[in-house]
Design a protein around this ligand. Structure first.
Ligand code: NDP
Length: 299
């Protein structure tokens, strides 16, 4: 039976490190890191994420600035707000919650955020820096996965890693990070042939697909480390009529019987994502002020 990688507990240790660093920044340098989160429209899931981000930012001793704009906000008004935040020295991190309404070009918005304040790591400059192995702001979800993998294995050098999914926010940056840590990396996607055999060769298997329980135990190499990024809602009639539950892209029951270690859903990668957003904000603040970066909180 696989070891369960407890993302909730790991995220708590990351938040503790962030809070300790924030305390030092305040007492030694009179600087309080600030994170601005911009939400356009009234998507209920996004509102929950934004609320959680604000709460955890405060709990770590940082300033949180929430900017809620109506759904009919024009692109130019949103860009003007981002410009203002780019030039605000009390703001060290800026995040625009996705998705934005259809009339707004999300790429344009993400690329308007100053790369130094781009705590989501989605700006094209940060994407390029990561791809070329240089210091950058790293997307939060893959950063969280990398932290858990390094904690489990120490060095990842020489390991075979398979990342299932090639999205810009998870799959591609995850693959770039694993490559930078000297894994032999394969990216699989919807057109990949014989994907099961490919996965069975993986010492590290990262699933970022968005298909409930697609990866079953017979895809997993015995002893492999399985990181399940997927968050899927499926009907749970055993809990009552109309009830739902969260599952990953990995079939936990069968995969955990074969893997050496596995992240559960919920309680695995999910909690690490916000913790890494806080870590990125502290990192951005240190870089902006020419101070040493916190150890163990960057890629
Ligand atoms: P996307 O939909 O952007 O990308 C999904 C990827 O999976 C695509 O590259 C797609 O391939 C690939 N794919 C789809 N079907 C198959 C298949 N049958 N076989 C192999 N590959 C397939 O999703 P995201 O990367 O944004 O998210 C992936 C999952 O992670 C989702 O469940 C999402 O909710 C979750 N997530 C969780 C986060 C967290 O904090 N834990 C954060 C972000 C996402 P192709 O490119 O060929 O279409």
């Amino acid at each position: 039976m696989a070891d369960i990688i407890d993302g909730k507990a790991f995220a708590a240790t990351v938040r503790k490190k962030v809070a300790e660093h924030v305390t030092r920044l305040k007492s030694e340098h009179n600087i309080t890191p600030g994170l601005a989160v911009v939400l356009v429209g009234e998507d209920p899931a996004s509102e929950v994420y934004v609320r959680n981000k604000g709460k955890q930012t405060h709990e770590c001793g940082m300033n949180s600035y929430e900017h809620k704009l109506p759904a009919d906000t024009s692109e130019s008004i949103l860009l003007a707000l981002i410009d203002r935040l780019n030039n605000d020295p009390t703001v060290h991190g800026i995040l625009c919650q996705l998705p934005v309404p259809d009339h707004i070009n999300s790429e344009k918005v993400l690329n308007a955020i100053s790369p130094a304040k781009d705590v989501d790591g989605f700006h094209i400059s940060n994407v390029g820096l990561l791809a070329t192995g240089q210091k950058s702001m790293v997307p939060c979800t893959p950063l969280g996965c990398l932290m858990m993998l390094r904690d489990r294995h120490g060095s990842l050098s020489g390991m075979n890693a398979v990342v299932v999914g090639r999205s810009n926010i998870v799959g591609k940056p995850m693959a770039a990070l694993l490559l930078r840590d000297s894994c032999t990396v394969t990216i699989a996607h919807s057109r990949t042939k014989d994907i099961e055999a490919l996965c069975r060769n993986a010492d590290i298997l990262v699933a970022a697909v968005g298909r409930p329980q697609m990866i079953t135990g017979d895809w997993v190499k015995p002893g492999a480390t399985v990181i399940d990024v997927g968050i899927n809602r499926i009907p749970a009639p055993e809990r009552g009529i109309g009830k739902m539950r969260l599952v990953g892209d990995v079939d936990f029951a069968s995969a955990s019987a074969v893997a050496g270690a596995i992240t559960p859903v919920p309680g695995g990668v999910g909690p690490m994502t916000i913790a890494c957003l806080l870590a990125n904000t502290v990192t951005a603040c240190c870089r902006a002020n020419g101070l040493p970066e916190p150890e163990g909180l960057t890629a």
